[in-house]
Design a protein around this ligand. Structure first.
Ligand code: UD1
Length: 319
């Protein structure tokens, strides 16, 4: 909206709250139209396309917890793969064939080498990852079958942080699986210490290395991808990362540097399924989209912490 787009949000609120829409209004760019509903509801999608002059779709409606995907594999396939198929069919009926899709670096599985280029082998190790790869395959098939389809597959690395206003951010339900929300919860006293999963990886300090990217940079990557589709008239598959690897302990240190809050931690055994090191090759994003991540790790930490505090102050405490 800040970039001048008029948007319609469709969300089934299975992992979010409608109050977020009102808070978007406080950011000064208007309140988007909101439709509560499911991406697998074909009749609803037809209605939304029929009643708005939609030119492009950004599809974020995926479940993303690896552990949960083992327990609920059918749900993950239905929501992620079925949802994408249903959306693509509705877009086809409506004649809207421009799509930006949230994929994930999880499609690279255990990478052979870092930084990871888009041409690296694709493999997955869990139902969540498989669902993303199936969506990618399906959307590539559409691109191949009908050149009118313009699809951007965006492979996210590790999105963290929040909008600097402190008005919007992530609210994990239950105990967070991901590192940054766990750190902010330790900082606010909800957990006594951070569990660091493994310090014997072949990395700078033995802890896992990831490519953390600020959500605002990630959002700008989506706008760049949309511009690419409009201007080039064809699709693209591209990494969205910073290209910089940061270890767990480096992130902990950056958090304390940025916020002044110490994070006690204990070293635990490795978490099953984790890779040692995962960060992006970013040449294609720069060459094709003219986009690169700009916000440093300290901004990711400061913004995540601001959001944790404002959301708590608003009584928006984590479940
Ligand atoms: C995880 C998923 C990935 C998914 C992404 C969504 C796994 C194996 N991968 O990525 O498929 O796309 O989330 O955001 O689940 N860590 C700790 N203590 C914690 C939490 C994490 O030490 O309490 C470490 C991990 O071992 C890892 C790093 O922090 O080295 C990042 O972990 P996390 O934030 O969960 O992201 P990924 O595992 O990279």
């Amino acid at each position: 909206m800040q970039a001048g787009w008029h948007i319609v949000v469709l969300d089934n609120l299975c992992n979010s709250e409608s109050s977020t829409i009102q808070r978007l209004g406080a950011m000064g760019h208007g309140v988007p139209e909101f439709v509560q509903g499911d991406v697998r509801d074909a009749a609803l999608l037809d209605k939304v396309f029929a009643s708005h002059p939609i030119t492009a779709v950004m599809h974020f409606a995926g479940l993303k917890a690896v552990g949960e995907s083992w327990q609920q594999a059918a749900r993950y396939l239905d929501n992620n793969v079925g949802g994408t198929a249903c959306l693509a069919a509705a877009m086809e009926r409506a004649g809207v064939r421009r799509l930006v899709f949230s994929s994930s670096a999880t499609v690279y599985g255990q990478p052979d080498a870092v930084p990871i280029a888009e041409s690296a082998p694709l493999r997955t190790t869990n139902p969540y990852g498989r669902s993303k790869l199936l969506c990618e395959d399906m959307l590539c098939e559409l691109r191949a079958a009908d050149s009118r389809w313009q699809v951007a597959l965006l492979r996210y690395f590790n999105p963290v942080g929040a909008h600097a206003s402190g008005l919007i951010g992530e609210k994990p339900s239950g105990i967070p699986n991901n590192l940054m929300p766990y750190i902010t919860q330790v900082a606010s006293g909800q957990h006594p210490f951070l569990r660091v999963f493994g310090d014997d990886y072949p990395t700078v300090d033995g802890t896992g290395v990831r490519d953390y990217i600020h959500v605002v940079d990630l959002a700008k990557g989506h706008l760049a991808a949309l511009r690419y589709l409009e201007q080039e008239g064809k699709g693209i598959t591209v990494n969205l990362g910073t290209g910089r690897g940061v270890s767990v302990l480096q992130l902990v240190a950056a958090f304390t540097r940025a916020t002044g809050v110490p994070i006690p931690y204990q070293i635990l055994p490795r978490r099953p399924g984790d890779v040692a090191s995962c960060y992006a090759a970013t040449d294609l994003a720069w060459d094709a989209l003219g986009w690169c991540a700009q916000l440093p790790i300290e901004a990711m930490c400061a913004d995540a912490w601001r959001w944790e505090r404002t959301s708590q102050a608003a009584g928006n405490v984590h479940d």
